[in-house]
Design a protein around this ligand. Structure first.
Ligand code: HPA
Ligand code: ZN
Length: 346
């Protein structure tokens, strides 16, 4: 294993910002900044229930996942055209690139937007065009993960899948998002089995607010390769053994967990304990426009709160590429760039 040089506490934030990283858990609609929401509302003549940008920002106080999803859903109503989806995703990729994100795997859904009368093609094509443009113009690699909304039915998920299959080549995998409690993974067993046959990579949100049982069923019933959040796994020692043994990555989102009251304070977050237990944890922003920061803010605030080290920074950067769906040669070349930055850092 790479041995990171010790870094003075005062220099650690600079290292965290400079280190190359992958972001594997972010919902593209959660990157809509209030300014962009208002600009798109004006462009599309959509009425917003907020007087101005400041009033909207003041609404960003949440006490659980559902209270966030309600506000987040309001924001998605301004998205009407392929260009809107392009602009949203391109803005995120520019922002991620500034945080030294070399590679992003982006969650999106179509059910929110088809519910607003849009065609699924508008969503997928706009987002995919932004990924292509960002590679050409910034050199950042990005791929798309299509999420089913778990508060909706199995049949609705099958219909959504059917609608995106003409664009199969524009997506690398499928995931499971929205209200977790009361909607266990097994509700989507047959949809995920179908997606597996179709060759999609599989992930699911589990153990954000939901119990360890949801993580077990995401693994054993849906057969996912990564768990999104997974912070509740630490209540179950057998589950932790399983996650460590099979090297199942967990895409952890500390500021999201703080804002949605999954932990009362960042100082109580279990990220460092996950690494100590040998779990393949990663750090991600989830819905950065709503939760108070992009990926580097997640790193710097969590490292400060938990007193984490340069070695743990290296581990998280390395894990982010290990947990990605990149092809092996590009994964290795990105991991070498991580090592080079740690070696050169003074
Ligand atoms: N959990 C579940 N669904 C979501 C989230 C989240 O954190 N963000 C956007 N959709
Ligand atoms: Zn999420």
């Amino acid at each position: 294993m790479f041995k990171a040089k010790p870094v003075a506490a005062g220099r650690l934030p600079d290292l965290l910002r400079a280190m190359p990283k992958a972001e594997l858990h972010m919902h593209i609609e959660g990157s809509l900044e209030p300014e962009l929401i208002f600009a798109l509302a004006q462009r599309n003549r959509v009425e917003l229930p907020y007087a101005d940008v400041d009033a909207l920002r003041r609404a960003y106080v949440f006490n659980n996942l559902q209270s966030f999803l309600d506000v987040y859903h309001e924001g998605t109503k301004v998205l009407r055209t392929e260009q809107d989806f392009f602009d949203m995703a391109y803005a995120y990729l520019v922002r991620a690139h500034a945080d030294n994100v070399l590679h992003a795997e982006i969650f999106f859904d179509t059910q929110t937007h088809t519910g607003h009368g849009l065609d699924a093609a508008v969503v997928v094509n706009g987002l995919h065009r932004a990924c292509v443009a960002a590679l050409a113009e910034l050199g950042i690699t990005a791929s798309l993960i299509f999420c089913f909304l778990r508060h909706l039915s199995e049949q609705a998920a099958f219909e959504a899948l059917e609608q995106v299959l003409p664009y199969r080549d524009k997506m690398i995998g499928v995931g499971l998002a929205s209200s977790e409690l009361g909607h266990p993974p097994e509700k989507f067993a047959r949809v995920f089995a179908r997606c597996r046959e179709l060759g999609f990579r599989l992930v699911a949100h589990a153990g954000e607010e939901g119990p360890p049982a949801y993580i077990w069923s995401a693994l054993d019933v849906l057969r996912v390769e990564r768990i999104d959040h997974g912070v509740q796994s630490m209540q179950d020692p057998l589950l932790m053994q399983r996650l460590a043994k099979d090297r199942i990555p967990l895409t952890v989102c500390p500021l999201s967990n703080l804002k949605l009251c999954v932990f009362p304070a960042l100082a109580q977050h279990n990220l460092a304990r996950m690494l100590d237990a040998g779990l393949v944890a990663t750090v991600n922003s989830d819905d950065p426009a709503y939760f108070g920061g992009y990926i580097n803010e997640n790193f710097t605030q969590t490292f400060a709160a938990l007193g984490m080290s340069a070695q743990q920074a290296w581990q998280l950067a390395h894990n982010s590429f290990a947990a990605s769906f990149l092809d092996e040669p590009l994964r290795r070349s990105y991991q070498q760039r991580v090592n080079a930055v740690f070696e050169a850092f003074e």
